[in-house]
Design a protein around this ligand. Structure first.
Ligand code: FAD
Length: 441
């Protein structure tokens, strides 16, 4: 593919990633068109009370399939200081009447609406415009974008395409041993909205990420028992002191012949529902390119999670990594893409990028990390931001933000919901850490 300066760029998706990608591309002088298949900007942050007809949500092409995965009560898991963009902060301004440090989803959506308007990006967004197929036209000839809008199907050609279609829609559901013995309900957190359906139930929540913790805690207010199963509970297995009816369990070992859910530590429960909070699959149904795959949730090959060496720089992906300060990571990726396209940042040769990807994968394997964690930035999340910053000539992540993010992670893991309302931005971090260790589990 051509490595010349791009003049026209298509962005797929108008969530946080697509919006900030568009801003960065515009700043670099590119002509930008953002395609958004829904009727508004904001992506994930536009709460959708509907859920998929299939509780596991396994078929994103099914009629009525829903993009969003937010629950009604959702508040951010990061303080608002970590949820803005440079030059357009969420901190210090109230967008939808919710000034809390960890605001509800409506506040974030209103922030994104305001960002789109005030940055000038809104004028470049086509709503109800779904990209159906993306394909390269040949060396130097750009990309064909086939899309469907209110007026029917159309095709346009762009010099470059930035894919920002989000990755919290298609559930990743582990196959539990003995699942054929399961006769109860099951669903994925993608379809969780409110706790009422779990009234008086025994619920096994699989997964201890931010959503798993939030949902387990919320369900515990109405359920009989909640058992959180995770490989990360380790020496914390047992009843959670601060709740009457919540237990931490190790991983699910199997579903027994009698339908009981059996955990690795040897205990077993008779449950009504298994609720998978086990993350999402990357999915690019519109992408028609060679030598590019999603294999066990590894998207690639991708140079530093963004550029496929064969098609760089005219094809890029913004927003793939998880477990980081998401919006800052997205912004830095977007800036890198925009600068590379305008010739103000350099990429290595195709061969060198491919070699770097191979080396990254080899290191992961050597460290025993599963393939599906390729884009999970923990523990090197800050290094990715620093590396991106270096590409565009900016300073590394400030210590304050790094500490704040790590403190937020520790708070999530305490399972104590009060952290959102007792948070002190300037509290001494070491002191906080000690207090939390002593607090509840
Ligand atoms: P999305 O917001 O999903 O946007 C993708 C957009 O692409 C959508 O508008 C979609 O309609 C559009 N699209 C998809 N396919 C097509 C197509 N073919 N053609 C045209 N348009 C298309 N992050 C935080 O920083 N803090 C939090 O507290 C936090 N909490 C979260 C809680 C939950 C439950 C979830 C699911 C996520 C949370 N996140 C949080 C992460 C969140 O995903 C990111 O903050 C961010 O919104 C991701 O933006 P995105 O643009 O990559 O994806």
């Amino acid at each position: 593919m051509s490595r010349t300066r791009a003049r026209t760029a298509a962005v797929v998706g108008a969530g946080a990633a697509g919006l900030v990608a568009a801003r960065e591309l515009l700043r670099e002088g590119h002509a930008v068109t953002v395609f958004e298949r829904s009727g508004r900007v904001g992506g994930t942050w536009a709460y959708d009370a509907r859920s998929d007809p299939d509780p596991l949500g396994l078929d994103p092409a099914a009629p009525g399939a829903v993009h969003g995965s937010l629950y009604a009560s959702l508040r951010t898991n990061l303080p608002r200081e970590l949820m803005g963009f440079s030059g357009f902060a969420l901190q210090g301004r109230v967008f939808a009447g919710d000034p809390r440090t960890f605001p509800g989803h409506r506040e974030v959506l209103a922030f994104l609406d305001a960002f789109a308007e005030e940055s000038g990006v809104a004028g470049h967004v086509r709503l109800r415009a779904e990209v159906r197929r993306l394909r390269p036209l040949g060396p130097g000839e750009g990309w064909s974008v086939e899309w469907r809008g209110d007026a029917g199907d159309a095709e346009e050609v762009f010099d470059a395409v930035v894919v920002c279609n989000g990755h919290c829609t298609v559930p990743l559901v582990p196959k539990l041993r003995g699942i054929e013995n399961w006769r109860g309900n099951h669903m994925h957190s993608h379809n969780y909205r409110t706790p009422e359906p779990f009234q008086d139930q025994v619920v096994v929540v699989v997964g201890l990420g931010a959503s798993g913790v939030d949902i387990a805690r919320e369900i515990s207010k109405v359920a009989k028992e909640v058992h959180i199963a995770s490989r990360y509970t380790q020496d914390r297995v047992g009843k959670v002191d601060i709740y009457q009816n919540v237990w931490l369990r190790s991983e699910v070992d199997c579903i027994q012949d009698d339908g009981k859910v059996c955990f690795m530590e040897g205990s077993a429960v008779t449950a009504d529902t298994i609720l998978y909070c086990t993350g999402y699959r990357y999915h690019f149904p519109f992408l028609d390119v060679d030598d590019f795959t999603v294999d066990d949730n590894r998207v690639g090959p991708l140079y530093n999670h963004v550029f496929p060496p064969k098609y760089a720089p005219s094809l890029s992906f913004v927003g793939l990594p998880s477990k980081s300060i998401v919006l800052q990571t997205i912004e830095m990726e977007a800036r890198w893409v925009a600068r590379v396209l305008s010739g103000r940042a350099e990429l290595p040769s195709e061969a060198d990028m491919a070699a770097a990807v191979q080396e990254h994968n080899r290191r992961m394997e050597a460290a025993g990390k599963p393939k599906r964690h390729t884009h999970v930035l923990m523990p090197g999340w800050a290094e990715h931001i620093d590396w991106l910053a270096a590409q565009v000539g900016e300073p590394p992540l400030e210590a304050r933000r790094r500490n704040m993010y790590e403190k937020a992670l520790r708070c999530i893991w305490t399972l104590d919901e009060r952290y959102r309302d007792t948070w002190d931005d300037d509290e001494d971090d070491d002191e906080q850490e000690e207090e939390e260790e002593n607090k509840c589990i």
